[in-house]
Design a protein around this ligand. Sequence first.
Ligand SMILES: N[C@@H](CCC(=O)N[C@@H](CS)C(=O)NCC(=O)O)C(=O)O
Length: 195
Amino acid sequence: MYKVIGTKKSRAFRVLWMLEELKEDYDLITAPPRSDIARQYNQTGKIPALVDGEDVFTDSVAIMTYLADKHHALTAPAGTPDRARQDAETCWLLDEFDAILWAAAKHSFVLPEGKRVAQIIPSLHTEFERNAKTLTNRLGANEFLMGNKITLPDLLAVHCIGWAFGADFPKIPDQLKDYSNRLRSRPAFRAAADR
Ligand SMILES: N[C@@H](CCC(=O)N[C@@H](CS)C(=O)NCC(=O)O)C(=O)O
């Protein structure tokens, strides 16, 4: 059985949701960032980590990719044009959503107080607003980011939209809110949230 190291209120949620979508059994070892337990699995103390037998993997997107490839679900097959397009979407979300949210978190509560630059936050909000509009246009009338099937970038996007909401990022377009709410009502999302 898989073991996930992390907390539900962190990027570890992406991994829990993926495992629920795949209908795979797992144990959640609740470990906050930089805790002693987290450091047992990742020297940096960052979460999440995934234990699969003898192997330990880190980074939420690397873990989701591993699981999707291994179980042949929620991804286009590796080495196909569809996969290249899907990976580009994933990388774009990391650059333009995750990185902005992480920068805002660092300058709000992660960095030591003396190293935080509060003045950067409005600029991050503006960037996020622009990127949210781009994502809305890309989604268009599709049900999912890559078309008519849920794939890894949907899990990443919806996690980031929820994160933005929780961090009071303003001006999330209604269409993105609807998309996010639709995916959050999936049984797999609810099961991960209820762990
Ligand atoms: N790119 C990594 C980022 C991991 C990460 O920074 N996780 C946060 C919690 S969501 C953390 O452990 N932060 C503690 C730290 O940066 O020291 C991933 O997606 O897993």
